[in-house]
Design a binder for this molecule. Structure first.
Ligand code: 5AD
Ligand code: SF4
Length: 391
């Protein structure tokens, strides 16, 4: 978002470029821009997003110069304290990837879904919610606001599994977004044929958020009737092979899931080699078969994130909205326990409340501008900087 700084291209090797941010250099894939050495770019999620003029870049960097050093010092100080699992994970995060922290936007474009996952509040059989599908115009206006008004550089387009929206025509919308706005497009749209995903990639989408939900095949079958874990894992691997940057992980606290299952979730995620890990708690949603299941303890989720950091030291780990919903203080705790990425909901107010995969989703009643200010304040407090996370 507005929390991002440009870097200078210092090396170009085919479509991989090295970008310098003050005293650190990060690598990114360049699939979209014609670049020369010395150009200034914004990068996000390991991709070059857009080029900006040297004049504009130097003006922004001048403002950041002193602050950048201060943030680095602050992060170093905070990461040196404590000997618990979580503080050790924070230390490893600092040592391996430094103080980079990215903030992606999530735009919930349709709450129609053809599936009936036992945990999800927008499942097909839930007749008690009002359904919506945003028009292309509304989606474009929302992307415009997120990218141009608020400066988001990466957006996740999320929906239920909705074939009336996610079809061949959707590729045109992706291409339009990519042509008009300097954002990296992630898709969180569920299971669709590989051919369609290939089309979306060609149109300019570069990331997918697709969790495997649980690594236990029996729990998977009980939570997503009619579906197999094996199929899901195969699709996730194939999407990665197409070239998509992958965000994946699981829901922690599904009925019958044991400590061992949760550890296996980390191992399963590691085997998929994602660009980012996403683990969050189950939040019981009314009218679903799992409505009476108790949410896990937020501390357990935070320790799970710390364990993920220990097992894959240079990973990117997102603080999920579900964790923030369970405990509003969890964002700060998670960032101090190995996590290094946040997502903010940029869905228009009118629709945000209707995308009720579970009730009272964090930020559902808070203005985006206020959420952004709170986020920037927290990142400053923790010494985190908006350089790209790198490849
Ligand atoms: N609690 C927590 N996470 C949920 N999801 C869906 N319903 C719930 C819930 N009740 C998650 C799933 C899905 C993602 C879009 O939201 O992991 O993949
Ligand atoms: Fe549909 Fe996704 Fe909810 Fe399952 S989790 S019912 S696929 S929106």
């Amino acid at each position: 978002m507005c929390y991002s700084i440009p870097g200078k291209v210092v090396e170009i090797k085919n479509n991989i470029v090295s970008i310098e941010y003050f005293d650190s250099v990060k690598r990114a894939r360049n699939d979209f821009e014609k670049l020369e050495l010395g150009d200034y770019v914004y990068a996000q999620g390991g991709f070059v997003i857009s080029k900006i003029t040297a004049k504009e870049a130097l003006k922004i960097l001048e403002v950041w110069k002193e602050l950048f050093k201060e943030l680095d010092k602050q992060d170093l100080q905070l990461s040196q304290t404590g000997s618990t699992l979580t503080s050790k994970a924070n230390h490893i995060r600092h040592k391996t990837i430094g103080n980079s922290c990215c903030v992606h936007g999530i735009l919930e474009i349709s709450n129609f879904c053809r599936n009936n996952c036992h945990y999800c509040g927008i499942r097909k059989d839930n007749k008690s919610i009002e359904r919506y599908r945003m028009s292309d115009e509304k989606i474009l206006a929302s992307v415009d606001r997120a990218a141009n008004e608020f400066g988001f550089k990466a957006l996740v387009l999320q929906s239920g599994e909705d074939p009336d929206l996610i079809n061949d025509v959707f590729a045109d919308l992706i291409a339009t977004i990519r042509n008009r706005f300097p954002v990296l497009i992630f898709l969180s749209i569920g299971e669709f044929p590989l051919k369609l995903y290939q089309k979306f990639y060609k149109a300019g989408a570069r990331g997918v958020l697709l969790r495997f939900e649980t690594s236990n095949p029996n729990i998977y079958a009980k939570s997503r009737p009619g579906f197999k874990l094996e199929t899901r894992l195969k699709l996730i691997s194939e999407l990665k092979r197409i070239g998509y940057a992958l965000i994946t992980g699981s829901i922690l606290g599904l009925p019958d899931a044991s400590v061992e299952d949760h550890l296996n979730d980390i191992k399963c995620a590691l085997s998929l080699n994602p660009e980012m890990y996403s683990f969050g708690p189950l939040i019981p949603a009314p009218t679903t078969p799992f409505e009476n299941t108790k949410s896990p303890n937020p501390e357990m989720i935070i320790e799970h994130l710390a364990r993920t950091r220990m097992m894959k030291e240079d990973s990117n780990i997102v603080v999920t909205t579900a964790l923030e919903t369970l405990d509003p203080k969890a964002r700060k705790k998670a960032l101090l326990s190995g996590a290094n990425s946040l997502m903010l909901n940029v869905t228009p107010e009118k629709y945000k409340k209707l995308y009720s995969i579970y009730p009272k989703k964090y930020g559902y009643d808070k203005d985006l501008k206020i959420q952004i200010d709170e986020t920037i304040n927290l990142l400053h407090e923790l010494g985190r900087a908006p350089t790209d996370l790198s490849l």
